[in-house]
Design a protein around this ligand. Structure first.
Ligand code: ATP
Ligand code: MG
Length: 151
């Protein structure tokens, strides 16, 4: 699935669409793209659509931020500062990738050897002052989610 995201609102709206398409089971979404490509913005749109009202800070130093939204746990990872993928062992990953949690990960490639495979890969790219997004299914669940997305 390809999207042209003309402005920040469009990135927020794509995050909302993804939130609405996530089924009630463990969903793992990797967000890729250069610094400033819009990964946290998309996460903000996602969290708002799930009912989160506060702001969304980048968990750059804490690596992961937990949002409890109704019966859904959403974990927002930002692994940009991860110096050694082995650090993830101390984070207790099993506590995050469980039940019907939703895990959104920025810079997952920095810890890929310790992380489970994603269901969806969202790639954000600069296009002049706007962005392009490509969403790719990486599992059967990911295909189900993609099937619910619209243009
Ligand atoms: N479609 C868009 N068009 C133009 N600007 C956008 C778009 N989407 C997001 N932005 C802007 O891009 C900026 C950076 O966004 P954001 O913080 O989400 O990037 P990021 O990918 O999380 O970066 P980092 O890797 O540093 O965490 C924000 O100012 C945001 O408003
Ligand atoms: Mg970010």
């Amino acid at each position: 699935m390809h999207y042209f995201l003309a402005n920040e609102e469009a990135t927020l709206a794509l995050g909302k669409q993804l939130a609405e398409a996530c089924p009630d089971s463990l969903c793992i979404i990797h967000l890729e793209g250069e610094l400033g490509a819009g990964k946290t913005t998309l996460t903000r749109g996602f969290l708002r659509a799930m009912g989160h009202q506060g702001n969304v800070k980048s968990p750059t130093y804490t690596l992961v931020e937990h949002y409890q939204l109704g019966n859904r746990a959403v974990f927002h990872f930002d692994l940009y500062r991860l110096s050694d993928a082995g650090e993830l062992e101390f984070l207790g990953l099993d506590d995050y990738f469980r039940d019907n949690a939703i895990c959104l990960l920025e810079w997952a490639q920095r810890g890929s050897e310790y992380l489970p495979e994603p269901d969806l890969l969202v790639q954000l790219n600069y296009h002049e002052h706007a962005r392009n997004a490509v969403i790719e299914a990486k599992s059967v669940l990911g295909e189900q989610i993609c099937g619910k997305l619209h243009k």
